[in-house]
Design a protein around this ligand. Structure first.
Ligand code: PA5
Length: 447
């Protein structure tokens, strides 16, 4: 039995059971296409098997490398972008403490990130910070040629070599394609330890491959539990062919029904700041998978109650083109009780003795009622608590729902042709060899 549940009871006035059931046959076909590898983008269905295929050879190796990296490093820098960055960060941030330094479960290394943007100030500060730190690099790129991580890796590699000389190679771990790309070539030349990203796993569906698992293990977090949670969800979703009982199918259908009724923006909201990067990962998964052919729900994110004091106004009263999916976490991992105060100047004695999580849950309930009454459908994902197991479930649930939802929308949820456009222009503007014609064209436009 999985621990994650999904419900739409607060949106029953926006979506009826009959409307949902109209998708029954179609969803059965899409599920068949996914499990039999017959749908659009079927070359990229490797993610479906990842939780079960990561055998003990891989997990043993991950744990042994993680131990080595943790022992030799005060800091570990993960170099990567998009799918080669967000999933690892989502899990690490969700399971590490709330306050800095975010150092994994115990006294592990501080995890930092690079290659996920091109900001000179950030890279300059990072290099200066690393001057007097012992550190290692995990560099992740499936293509091995993505500009942002390639630039960061060149800078960090040279910094590391300046510090450790030839021994720098023992501090670099590359996760990349089995046979091609510049990163693979560099890894072979300098004998870096490498992990393979399977050919049939796309970036945004790769968190349960070494792309996510290596950094997560290095942060001191239990990859086996994460995989077990995902495997449990995978088995459950495969077995459960009733649309109303299958949370991934149900979520996929309801978001498409809402989309067809003009709800073109979905806000994924959580009341736990530790889920901030899980929301970022979800935005990439859904945005890159569905936003194509002039279609797709725009995925937005919010952290409540913080954003109720900013976005809250718009959600309550603005354009009615949005719906919300709320992640509700039942149990906190710590205990904080609101104390009594003799003076009660702040007027808070009415909640004396209550746990903060109770107040947070009342905020969630109150907000859900207000937003629903304000015309915003609310869907809910319930997690009993945040741990590696439930995050594994959540990840797999979102991935499967995304695939089904993409097929309902009539697009290929596994490609990303639109990402190339900015890259071509950037290369041309940087006068990269091979882009001469476009360089000329763009220069004329800029004149
Ligand atoms: O999901 C995707 O395919 C992308 O977001 C990629 O992960 C991202 O562009 C990074 O690509 P690469 O791993 O090839 O460096």
């Amino acid at each position: 039995m999985t621990r994650l549940t999904f419900d739409y009871q607060h949106s029953a006035s926006f979506v009826s059971r009959n409307e949902i059931m109209l998708f029954e046959r179609e969803v059965a076909l899409h599920r068949k296409a996914i499990y039999n590898g017959q749908g659009a983008g079927s070359d990229f269905l490797g993610w479906t098997g990842l939780p079960h295929e990561a055998g003990s050879d891989l997990t043993d190796r991950l744990e042994s490398d993680a131990k080595k990296i943790r022992a030799q490093s005060d800091v570990v820098v993960l170099v990567g972008i998009g799918g080669s960055y967000l999933g690892a960060r989502a899990v690490i941030e969700a399971l590490s403490g709330a306050l800095p330094p975010k150092a994994g479960c115990s006294q592990g290394p501080l995890m930092l990130y690079a290659g996920h943007h091109l900001d000179e100030d950030y890279l300059g500060e990072l290099l200066a910070f690393l001057d007097n730190k012992d550190y290692s690099l995990i560099v992740i790129s499936k293509s091995g040629t993505t500009t942002e991580p390639a630039i960061a890796f060149r800078l960090l590699r040279q910094h590391l070599q300046g510090k450790y000389g030839e021994a720098a190679s023992d501090r670099i771990f590359a996760v990349t394609d089995a046979s091609k790309g510049a990163l693979k070539t560099l890894a072979e030349k300098h004998s870096y330890a490498t992990y393979v990203i399977p050919d049939d796993v796309g970036g945004r569906y790769s968190v349960l491959s070494p792309v996510g698992l290596l950094p997560i293990a290095v942060a001191g977090l239990p990859v086996r539990e994460l995989l077990a949670g995902a495997a449990g969800m995978s088995d459950f979703l495969r077995r459960e062919d009733s649309l109303m009982q299958n949370p991934a199918s149900l979520y996929a259908v309801i978001r498409n029904i809402l989309y067809n009724k003009g709800r073109t923006t979905e806000i994924l909201a959580a009341y736990n700041p530790s889920l901030r990067y899980m929301i970022e990962w979800w935005k990439q998964l859904y945005g890159e998978s569905e936003g194509k052919d002039g279609k797709g729900i725009f995925p937005a994110g919010a952290g409540f109650t913080t954003d109720l004091h900013s976005m809250g106004q718009y959600i309550q009263d603005g354009l009615r083109t949005i719906f919300e999916t709320v992640i509700r976490v039942d149990q906190p991992s710590g205990k904080v009780v609101i104390p009594h105060d003799e003076d009660d100047q702040d007027g808070l004695n009415y909640i004396t003795g209550k746990r903060l999580s109770h107040v947070n849950h009342m905020a969630l309930k109150g907000t859900m009622m207000a937003h629903t009454e304000g015309g915003v459908p609310n869907l809910m994902i319930n997690l009993p608590l945040i741990n590696a197991h439930t995050l594994g479930e959540l990840i797999y649930f979102f991935e499967m729902a995304c695939a089904i939802s993409g097929y309902i929308l009539g697009i290929n949820p596994f490609d990303q042709p639109g990402v190339e456009a900015y890259k071509k222009n950037m290369f041309a503007l940087l006068e990269k060899p091979g882009f001469e014609d476009l360089t000329e064209k763009l220069k004329k436009k800029l004149r």
